[in-house]
Design a protein around this ligand. Sequence first.
Ligand code: GLC
Length: 426
Amino acid sequence: MTDRDDAARAVLRRNDRGGFTVPNGRVYPFQWNWDSAFVALGFATFDLDRAWRELETLFEGQWQDGMVPHIVFRAPAEGYYPGPEAWGIQRQPLTSGISQPPVAATAARVLHDLSAGDAARIRGLFPKLFASHRWWHEIRDPDGTGLVTMVHPWESGRDNSPDWDEPLSHVVPSVDVAHLRKDLGHVDATQRPTHDFYNRVMTLVEEAKALAWDGVSVARTLSFRVCDLGIQSILLRADRDLLKLAEELGFSTEATALRDWIARSETAMQRLRGADGLYRSLDLRSGRLSEAVTCAAFLPLYARTASPEDALALKEYLAATRAVAGFSVASTDPRDRRFDATRYWRGPVWLMMNRMIADGLSGYGLTEEANTLRQDSGELVRRNGFWEYFDPRNGAGCGGPDFSWTAAMWLSWSGSPSAEQTLTAL
Ligand code: GLC
């Protein structure tokens, strides 16, 4: 145990609001979906019961149709926009109306592996996890194409990635929310999305409200409909993890459904492969692949759906971008004109992305590359602390300090002395 491990645990304890963790007390004062899944991995290193609790409280926000919302507004808090009133959803606990990448089943599988044969917690959670996967595969893929739809950039968790520039340019802003924003009071404007971006994404919320948040109508008609390479890959990986759990626990009907979804997704993923062999997100309205290559390009490795040739192409791509950017993995290709080293998902390095990418690399035998990512990630924290994200050029911390998932990644991965084990632990 080092002082830094103590500091990481202290970040999680401080951001713990009693069974759920806020990403950062000031910028994000509620429970976020995929943050909680990563945070659970951090808690699992010193308090397994608390780790399970994090997933259980997240699923208390689950909707009747299976959706796990991207935010659960558990207790009123100042300083965040859009809060519960902007989403206009009548349920308890209050939630947002969109989802986020489904990392939860993978986290649950890791926790179950650590639970030494005690299946009580996973038995309680399994039906909820399964319902959330069914929501993605049925409500968000109503025609059974094998590609799931996201209807709002925030669902990707990579909020202002260049991947959304083109599809978002077709959303005609019907609101002006610049004066309602609270984030600019906490974080430098150069590190946050623009007003124009906020106006467009809040227009999508208004469109969904007009449909009374009906799942299939939202999936079929919102003016932003994209297959995010990130969600698609993370879901496929989580399907595989959920299938392992289903087989172990004897949920045979669910196992059959999961096998079908996996087969369908694997085939459909080929539609996301560009002529250069790199995968991208797909605008489902225009049928065009994103022009940008972003950190999501590595996630087919995490999904175990890339071919060995794809893996070699990604290895070269990683080396080339690292040579330019400094620290890996820059969230946008540093040679791209849209790269912006400090603006959120347009350049900075995010540690939980690095963890999934490293898991993917090691799954394809690229151990050296996986270790380099782990070292880069550890170095960023050692130099600067538990920031939300980091400037790839010099490692400077950006966004909010004392961030839960960065502390969790330190504890469960980049700060751990047993690198080889933790690299494959996901
Ligand atoms: C930002 C990130 C998103 C994350 C949230 C809370 O919106 O883009 O991925 O879940 O903050 O940390």
